[in-house]
Design a protein around this ligand. Structure first.
Ligand code: SF4
Length: 379
């Protein structure tokens, strides 16, 4: 069974105005050295207490993993390679901010085994980048992508944001075109609709009337435009928000949607091991103290069985355009999806939101636009 490793690096040069991820700015070299050591110690705690299978994927996310120096990344990646077992050709992804990466670091990452780079682009428009509080320019995006290619990192993914205040349909179309025109063309594109999360600077601006009100239909229109334009450009729409050229799908993210186990390490990371979903503390100091004391730094855990496991299979599986497999559902639960969710499935099919396919059930195009409402029917 596929198995992956997620490692969270909670450092950023500066906090983006919309960000509510677990990340800290202004941390010193000593904090980061100590954190890398703690990450490797946390992995040791798992190695000592359970028999982990060989991993097919590593995802270094954040935060901004490239806020670590080349030496810190080398210590971390070499440590992970040594401590864990790996399948023969694992996917190793590092998230990077185009404003916090250079050619030398990318070459070093490639030499350390990184074969996929996920660039947080968000927009190519200088005004939008300023509004979002991004630290990079459009030029730095092109440079980072080209440097990654030259370094030999073939698999490139870019994140783009829509539903931004003041972002018209034409403006969003230009964002998509800029991504598609990149000389170092990304094989994978992830779309994120802006959510103004409590506690973020942009939410405060919005509440004080300092941001233009967004047209609630604009997000739908922008999403629809992206689906059509990316299909035309040869990107398969394999998950609600993710598009890939054939063979460029994210192996690691597929683990999540297919409910495969993964080890999550780091402050604020989550994981799924031995049927238990867990979340680590997002308190940086507590994380370090607990790991140094030989304790797993978990803030919460939940065993996923029975109705919860069934619901997960439905709402995670429906994120994939291939949908939920009836065979997988019957294999794990000994019942058909219809036996458990007959009423929900009938309602959603009647409303044109769900369709039956050769494997089981998948969202219709109409269902994609109200996916979160569809998912709540199974919870
Ligand atoms: S780079 Fe990413 S994690 Fe860091 S502040 Fe910006 S959005 Fe948040």
């Amino acid at each position: 069974m596929a198995f992956g490793v997620y490692v969270h690096i909670p450092f950023c040069v500066r906090r983006c105005h919309y960000c509510d991820f677990v990340s800290f700015e202004g941390m010193g070299a000593g904090d980061k050295d100590g954190y890398v050591r703690a990450l490797l110690s946390e992995v040791d705690l798992y190695m000592e207490s359970m028999d982990l299978p060989a991993a097919d994927s590593l995802y270094l996310g954040g935060g901004t993993p490239t806020c670590l120096t080349g030496a810190q990344l080398a210590a971390l990646l070499e440590g992970l390679r040594r401590k864990l077992r790996w399948s023969p050709d694992p996917e190793w992804t590092v998230e990077a901010n185009p404003g916090a990466v250079d050619a030398e670091l990318l070459r070093r990452l490639r030499d350390l085994g990184v074969n996929r780079l996920s660039l947080g682009v968000q927009s190519f428009d200088p005004a939008m980048l300023r509004l979002l509080g991004r630290i990079h320019s459009a030029r730095q995006v092109y440079e980072a992508a080209a440097q990654a290619r030259r370094a030999g990192i073939e698999r490139l993914s870019v994140d783009l944001m829509y539903g931004l205040p003041g972002q018209s349909l034409a403006h969003w179309e230009t964002t998509l075109e800029r991504a598609l025109e990149m000389t170092a063309a990304p094989g994978h594109i992830s779309l994120y609709e802006l959510n103004l999360e409590p506690g973020t600077r942009m939410k405060r601006w919005y509440d004080r009337g300092l941001l233009p009100r967004t047209d609630p239909d604009m997000g739908y229109e922008q999403y629809a435009l992206a689906i059509d334009r990316l299909a035309q450009a040869g990107y398969g729409h394999y998950e609600i928000s993710n598009f890939a050229k054939p063979g460029y799908e994210s192996r690691h993210n597929l683990l999540y949607w297919r409910r495969r186990p993964y080890l999550g390490a780091g402050a604020g990371a989550s994981g799924y091991l031995n049927g238990i979903r867990y979340a680590n503390t997002d308190d940086f100091s507590l994380y370090l103290r607990q790991v140094r004391a030989g304790e797993k730094p978990r803030a919460s855990e939940e065993r996923v069985t029975g109705k919860l496991a069934m619901a997960e299979m439905m709402f995670l599986g429906l994120r994939l355009r291939s949908g939920v497999s009836r065979k997988d559902f019957c294999g794990e639960f000994g019942q058909t999806p219809e036996a458990v969710y007959g009423e929900e499935i009938a309602d959603l099919r009647g409303a044109g939101l769900l369709r039956e396919n050769a494997e089981g059930y998948a969202l219709t195009r109409k269902g994609l636009f109200v996916a979160s409402d569809v998912m709540t029917r199974f919870v």
